[in-house]
Design a protein around this ligand. Structure first.
Ligand SMILES: *Cc1c(COP(=O)(O)O)cnc(C)c1O
Length: 470
């Protein structure tokens, strides 16, 4: 597979180059495959859903074609995924796709583990370490730290905004030893991301160190996230006519989004033939993308802190990939968008639990509420001309091509649950009246000592630290 660049489509690189470089420092663009292969009809049309690992293997064969032999790839896939996603029905037309069964209890484990093993594979013949810089608004750091911990030849520096992630998230990324360390930056997530981006374009620094990124700007984090969309949509496609009593329903996937890596992965799965009709992009107060789909003006802005803090992104970097894969008009046809403020997030956690018994985290709660509103009345209202003011929480007034299907009750929904509710125990408890059950793997990390290092948000300070410590 050949990869090109979102800013210059004359660029052609191998998967290895795309993985190791992270982004194209010459253009500042992000790598994407030149084409999206399609699963064979036979593969998609099987009577039962292929296993998650089979789907992962089939899909990644396309992406690494000619660069990793199939035997090695099969080993990598089984090492990546000793866990798998789960599809849980919560009402006759709604399925929760649980993505938190990996080691750090968030969906980023799927991408981070694949990326770590790809980097390690491609770095095996080098004699200097590859330095990974990663900015995190919460869950990326722990997923990457965990995925890379003790992987030979790789070295990881995590940057996170001090005071803007939950205490448990902080423990999960600041307690590593050895090849993984964390810097707590006096600033926002966007400051962290800027420090990393500036380091990548600093030619002097890059002469000294081999640098790579691990944010969702790295294509090897994005591609594997498409696997669970294919898995879940096939699974739901098989069972939903029975559950919902609807003939041939459309499948709408609601994605709680921040940097829009997850949603971009969904677009990839759809291009490859996964039976997904459309998406709802669900965000918190950081509503850059909903506003863009409404007004056609893309206006990145500083991030605002919310209860769904892994989505506190005002300038989503995968915007660039979305518009490289689809025109604006196509995206308006495919995506509805919806946003909630903190009060709405709290109500959504409570409502989900009261109506369905399911305990959901603040990120998944936005998706729950978005799908629930859209399927109940919001889309029908929008079609009837009763549109929501886009500066207020709710469904943005932009009509996707599948709107009538939903308004006519001919659709089922998959909502992505991106983190385990126990990672946001305080907020969840405040709404459902009890603590969500803490998985063992989270309980363990709470007793480890914090090893984070203080850092300003100035590039000169960050650079000096790198030069002295890497
Ligand atoms: C990272 C994260 C998101 C947002 O994913 P993007 O790919 O950045 O849109 C949503 N929920 C949780 C729990 C996350 O960790």
């Amino acid at each position: 597979m050949i990869y090109t660049d979102t800013r210059d489509n004359s660029v052609q690189v191998s998967f290895k180059t795309a993985v190791l470089n992270g982004m194209n420092e010459k253009t500042g663009g992000l790598y994407i495959p030149v084409e999206f292969p399609k699963f064979s009809f036979d593969f998609l049309a099987k009577n039962t859903t292929p296993s998650f690992r089979d789907i992962s293997f089939e899909a990644s064969k396309f992406f690494v074609d000619g660069e990793i032999p199939e035997g090695d790839l099969a080993d990598i896939i089984s090492d990546c995924y000793p866990f798998q996603p789960k599809v849980i029905p919560i009402d006759p037309v709604t399925y929760v796709l649980e993505l938190f069964h990996g080691p750090t209890c968030a969906f980023k484990d799927f991408g981070a583990r694949f990326m770590a093993r790809m980097m390690s594979y491609f770095n095996k013949d080098e004699d200097t370490p590859l330095h990974i810089l990663v900015a995190t608004s919460g869950d990326t750091g722990s997923a990457v730290g965990s995925a890379f911990h003790n992987v030979p030849g790789l070295d990881v520096t995590i940057l996170y905004p001090e005071g803007k992630i939950s205490p448990l998230q902080e423990k999960q990324l600041s307690t590593f030893t050895g090849n993984v360390r964390a810097l707590r930056v006096a600033g926002t997530f966007d400051d962290c991301q800027k420090l990393v981006k500036t380091a990548f374009t600093d030619t002097e620094l890059r002469k000294k160190f081999r640098l790579s990124s691990a944010n969702s700007i790295n294509i090897s984090r994005l591609l594997p996230q498409s696997f669970y969309y294919t898995y879940a949509s096939l699974h739901v496609h098989h069972r939903c006519p029975r559950d919902s009593k609807i003939d041939n329903p459309s499948i709408i996937v609601t994605v709680p989004s921040g940097n829009f890596g997850n949603l971009t992965s969904g677009l990839i799965a759809r291009k490859m033939g996964a039976p997904i009709t459309g998406f709802i992009a669900a965000t918190n107060t950081n509503r850059t993308i909903p506003d863009w789909l409404t007004t056609s003006k893309y206006e990145p802005r500083p991030s605002v802190q919310t209860y769904a803090n892994a989505m506190d992104v005002g300038a989503p970097s995968n915007y660039e990939r979305m518009i490289a894969m689809h025109t604006y008009e196509e995206l308006k046809e495919l995506l509805a968008s919806y946003w909630l403020d903190n009060d709405g997030i709290c109500d959504a956690i409570k409502e989900c639990n009261t109506k369905t018994g399911y305990v959901i985290d603040p990120h998944g709660a936005i998706a729950y509420k978005a799908w629930n509103d859209v399927k109940t009345s919001a889309m029908a209202d929008l079609l009837a001309g009763k549109e929501n003011d886009y500066t207020k929480p709710g469904l943005s007034p932009s009509v996707p091509f599948w709107a009538k299907k939903v308004a006519n009750k001919e659709a089922v929904g998959i909502i992505l649950e991106t983190a385990h509710p126990a990672k946001f125990g305080d907020i969840v408890k405040s709404q459902i009246g009890r603590d969500p059950v803490l998985p063992d793997r989270l309980e363990k990390v709470l007793s480890l000592p914090d090893r984070s290092i203080a850092m300003s948000n100035k590039y000169e300070d960050f650079k000096e630290w790198l030069e002295n410590n890497l």
